[in-house]
Ligand binder design. Structure first.
Ligand SMILES: [Ca+2]
Length: 186
């Protein structure tokens, strides 16, 4: 019985979820799956110290005929919270800049959750953006986050930076009421 109580105490003391690994990119691109479909030598997915702060991931398109169409990204699956009856937040810091050689509506910054496109940024009307935090409300369960940059036409020159990918759990929800806590301890 004492052993059982110890296990119970330990499990209650642990964080509610596995959370995002290396979401601040301070360990390079460890824990992130990298997909770089662009053959051009300066089209790339890399790690940089120009984050918010410290390390970050950089997706970069240079001007090459046809070789930078398609979408590069980093992606990670994680367990956000672990209790789908409550709501969590997934947040991502991002910024981007269009290069002077870009011709037209060349790049699109994308954030996907579970293969669903949740954010598109970048246009001729807003060719640069400083660090901005995107926040998504999701059930506290397993999710996949993908951070991408898409080359739309052939003459692209865009760069996107991503940092501070976080899952915070749980936010206010009815299941956090005293009644639920009491039920847990029955
Ligand atoms: Ca960082």
């Amino acid at each position: 019985m004492r052993f059982l109580l110890c296990v119970l105490t330990l499990s209650l003391a642990l964080p509610a979820s596995a959370q995002v690994a290396n979401g601040d990119f301070e360990s390079g691109l460890t824990a992130w799956n990298v997909y770089n479909p662009w053959p051009g030598p300066s089209n790339r997915v890399t790690h940089s110290s120009a984050g918010n702060p410290g390390g970050c991931v950089v997706l970069q398109l240079e001007v090459f005929d046809g070789s930078n169409t398609g979408e590069g990204y980093v992606e990670q699956a994680f367990n956000c919270g672990g209790d789908a009856s409550t709501m969590c937040t997934i947040s991502v810091d991002y910024k981007y800049a269009k290069g002077s050689l870009d011709q037209g509506d060349g790049g699109k910054v994308h954030i996907y959750i579970d293969d669903v496109l949740k954010l598109t940024a970048g246009s001729p009307q807003e060719p640069t953006r400083s660090w901005t935090t995107a926040v998504f409300y999701v059930p506290c369960e397993a999710h996949t986050v993908r951070l991408g940059l898409q080359g739309v036409f052939t003459l692209n020159q865009w760069t996107a930076w991503f940092d501070n990918v976080r899952c915070e759990a749980p936010i206010a929800a009815e299941t956090s009421t005293w009644g639920h806590v009491k039920a847990l301890y029955r």
